[in-house]
Write a new protein. Structure first.
Length: 185
């Protein structure tokens, strides 16, 4: 290859092919992260303002949770928690504010039993988002309502919605195949 133009053309073609492969690989990785995290992906991109930093944060979450040794509950323990949930949910009619506090506590207890660390709320939500990306937003919404309940700012409809949100996450945490049948009213 003594022809400099031909050599330059080969180098340009190789650079373009390598760039195309890198770009395709990057798009595939982004698609995998988006699929894994679902709505949490979009929320994180909004939070970080760009896909690159958001994807790095989501990858870091995944790596962190892999180190936690999160485990499924035994069938017996899952059934015990389901019975406790039924009790909490039945209290909603008579004392919705207390029931929301109990639901928040029970969800936290189940998370701890599964192996999630009990740091600050945002870290718990981030950890849960790795395995339960479709209901972590329910957790955030329910927790926000529970906080408003403590200050007396939550209306009855808010409390009902919080119970529905907690139930969605709770059902996944105890590995229930179907959520509890009776809805908070």
């Amino acid at each position: 290859m003594n022809n400099p133009v031909l050599l330059l053309l080969v180098v340009v073609v190789l650079v373009v092919v390598a760039g195309g492969l890198w770009f395709a690989s990057r798009r595939r990785k982004s698609a995998e992260i988006r699929e894994q995290f679902g709505p949490e992906y979009d929320r994180t991109v909004r939070e970080y303002g760009a896909t690159g930093p958001a994807e790095r944060a989501l990858i870091e979450r995944t790596e962190r949770v892999q180190q936690l040794h999160v485990r499924a509950l035994s069938e017996e323990r899952s059934s015990q928690y389901a019975a406790e949930w039924h009790t909490v949910q039945s209290r909603f009619v008579d004392d919705p504010q207390a029931a929301i506090g109990e639901a928040d506590h029970l969800v936290t207890e189940v998370m701890q039993a599964r192996g999630y660390p009990m740091g600050d709320f945002e870290q718990r939500a981030a950890d849960v988002s790795v395995d339960h990306p479709h209901v972590v937003e329910n957790y955030r919404a329910a927790h926000a309502i529970a906080n408003r309940t403590r200050t007396g700012e939550a209306a009855t409809e808010d409390l009902r919605q919080a119970m529905v949100h907690y139930r969605a996450l709770f059902a996944e945490l105890i590995d229930a195949r179907q959520p509890a049948t009776s809805e908070a009213r």
